[in-house]
Write a protein that binds this ligand. Sequence first.
Ligand code: ZN
Ligand code: MN
Length: 143
Amino acid sequence: MSARQTKQREVILQLLRATNIHPSADEIYQQVRGKILNISKGTVYRNLKVLQGMGLVSGLDFEGISVRRFDANQDIHYHFKCEICGRVFDINIPALIEEKLAQHIVLNTGHKVLHHHFEFHGICYACKESTVIQVDETSQNMR
Ligand code: ZN
Ligand code: MN
């Protein structure tokens, strides 16, 4: 691996470690191209794959969205995706619940659980606020 490749990978990883907005590959590319001249979209995608393979970055595939998001936060945490603005928020709650569920499956079925997928969907606090305002305006117009 060349010094240039190492540098590219490092820049992408640092960028992801500095954010909590779970950007898509395209969003990462838009930021990286400001730091590394002539970097291609393909290079960014390839590096993201490698970083995932190294266990340094996770790819988040949310139900109902085609674009994969990326996260360098490797602490156990959950995600909440807003159905209105599309933002993905970190949810820090203990992993006890899902461990219990997995244990329950093992004990009651004899299956071996390898992984699971647990995600929250809804309307974020900010969108909830603006939705309330819109509803209020509509009801005023109707009066
Ligand atoms: Zn939202
Ligand atoms: Mn996260």
